[in-house]
Design a protein around this ligand. Structure first.
Ligand SMILES: NC(=O)c1ccc[n+]([C@@H]2O[C@H](COP(=O)([O-])OP(=O)(O)OC[C@H]3O[C@@H](n4cnc5c(N)ncnc54)[C@H](O)[C@@H]3O)[C@@H](O)[C@H]2O)c1
Length: 428
């Protein structure tokens, strides 16, 4: 069996590896020629994805990457894993999905299955994508070709999270489409969860991410309340976690980051308006989470104040640029917001992140492009007035940090259990 996977990123690449390991030949399609070239040389460009896994499938002739979509002619199924960001007005931008639809439609054969995996609002697959596929191919979904939605549940850098073992939700445009899609995924994935429609599958993924966003907002709010009462939220969560039922631990932080949680809930907010529905929980969670960096900046000001210093003129080091520990992904990272807020207040801000040696040019954070991570040594770390822990990478030596830094503001409880001088560590 041969399939195509479009979008060889954090989602499409692990999925390609899993299909190839299951004996399915994968044509990997991407618009980024550099990634295509690297992958064909058997090299990964994502830290937590091993080059050996890429080399294994290219050597076995089970994977080939290309920018040429005409290869769609020779495959039985096409899986789409392209980005779904928000535009500058924070509205859904499904242009990557539609572009992909237009690129594959002219090459679609009868009976080909097309599955969308990108997170999006209900209706994207059976309205928006279906329309461009039907227009471009002259065929009808459900009758001439098959159409389905199956959300990815990737958890980058989580060793326990294996594509094969994570149950996969699948919804089809018709019953026939669902059967084709479950037959495809059952080749590579152990447990499938069929649902009644593409929309139900799209809504399932949004529920999962909204659940996280709302619960993170809840612990972020409790952090502020408990902190005012001189109670440590981290201690409280550890204690609550011992309840064997009805509780799931979420952790506070400096703000939301990554490609999913800060973005996906607003796909539903936008779509809900069409149905005159309000998404109050989502809006409130967004409001609380986006205010977190401001709270952190206040703690930085307090910590410096205690040392008779102001933010203005201070040298501040942000520890961790990635949005979560142990990954090299800095999309939507709150570290950028912290760098901006502190910079606006006159601080001289640098960062340290062993996984992101320099900041690549992006539309969102162009002013930071080219900035380099500082080195990890005593004289460099001690030269900063304050170190702000934004991400708790496991490879960082926090005892050294405790020994070297003048003052630390910790948003991740990374300094728990570390012996450091009195009044040196401020939780935020
Ligand atoms: N990263 C995650 O942990 C995660 C988890 C679950 C779901 N998702 C969802 O999966 C989707 C993909 O996310 P990602 O993190 O893999 O993104 P990514 O940016 O890592 O990868 C997307 C890839 O698509 C390519 N691309 C863009 N436009 C294209 C086009 N028109 N044709 C072909 N290729 C194109 C890009 O070059 C890139 O390599 C998003 O909808 C995201 O919300 C991501």
């Amino acid at each position: 069996m041969k399939i195509a996977i479009v979008g060889l990123g954090y989602v499409g690449l692990p999925l390609s590896i899993q299909f190839a390991r299951s004996g399915v030949t994968v044509l990997g399609l991407d618009v980024d020629a550099e990634k295509v070239e690297l992958l064909n040389k058997g090299r990964s460009y994502i830290k937590h994805i091993d080059s050996a896994a890429i080399a294994e499938m290219t050597k076995a002739n089970l994977f080939h990457a290309s920018t040429d979509f005409s290869g769609i002619r020779d495959v039985e199924a096409v899986i789409i894993c392209v980005p779904t960001p928000l535009n500058k007005n924070r509205e859904p931008d499904i242009s990557f999905i539609l572009e992909t639809g237009r690129a594959i439609a002219p090459h679609l054969k009868k009976a080909t299955l097309v599955v969308l995996e990108s997170t999006t609002y209900p209706g994207t697959t059976d309205e928006d994508l279906r329309t461009v596929l039907e227009e471009g191919s002259g065929m009808k979904a459900g009758a001439d070709f098959h159409l389905a939605f199956s959300p990815e549940r990737e958890d980058p850098a989580n060793e326990q999270s294996k594509v094969k073992l994570i149950p996969k939700v699948v919804g089809g445009y018709t019953q026939g489409c669902l059967e084709r899609a479950t037959a495809l995924y059952s080749k590579a994935i152990d447990t499938l969860v069929p649902v009644s429609s593409c929309r139900a599958a799209e809504a399932t993924k949004l529920l999962e991410n909204i659940f996280r966003s709302v619960n993170i907002a809840l612990v972020n709010e409790l952090k502020l309340i408990y902190s005012a009462m001189d109670i440590d939220i981290w201690e409280v969560i550890e204690a609550a976690k011992t309840k064997p039922f009805g509780f799931m631990a979420f952790y506070p932080g400096p703000g939301l980051g990554g490609h999913c949680i800060p973005i996906d809930p607003f796909y539903l907010t936008w779509k809900a308006r069409e149905f005159d529905q309000h998404t109050r929980f989502i809006e409130l969670a967004g409001e609380i989470n986006t205010r977190m960096p401001e709270h952190v900046v206040h703690r930085v000001a307090d910590a410096l104040n205690e040392r008779r210093k102001a933010i203005k003129g201070s040298r501040i080091l942000i520890l961790g640029l990635a949005y979560k520990p142990n990954v090299d992904d800095e999309r939507e990272s709150p570290s950028y917001v912290l760098m901006s807020l502190l910079g606006q207040r006159g601080a001289q801000v640098d960062y340290y992140d062993p996984y992101l040696p320099s900041i690549k040019p992006t539309r969102q954070h162009s002013k930071f492009a080219g900035k380099k991570s500082v080195g990890w040594n005593q004289s460099t770390i001690a030269s900063f007035d304050l170190v702000l822990i934004a991400t708790n990478h496991a490879c960082v030596n926090y005892q050294e940090l405790g020994n070297w830094a003048q003052c630390i503001v910790d948003t991740r409880n990374a300094m728990a259990g570390i012996v450091s001088g009195p009044a040196k560590v401020w939780k935020a």
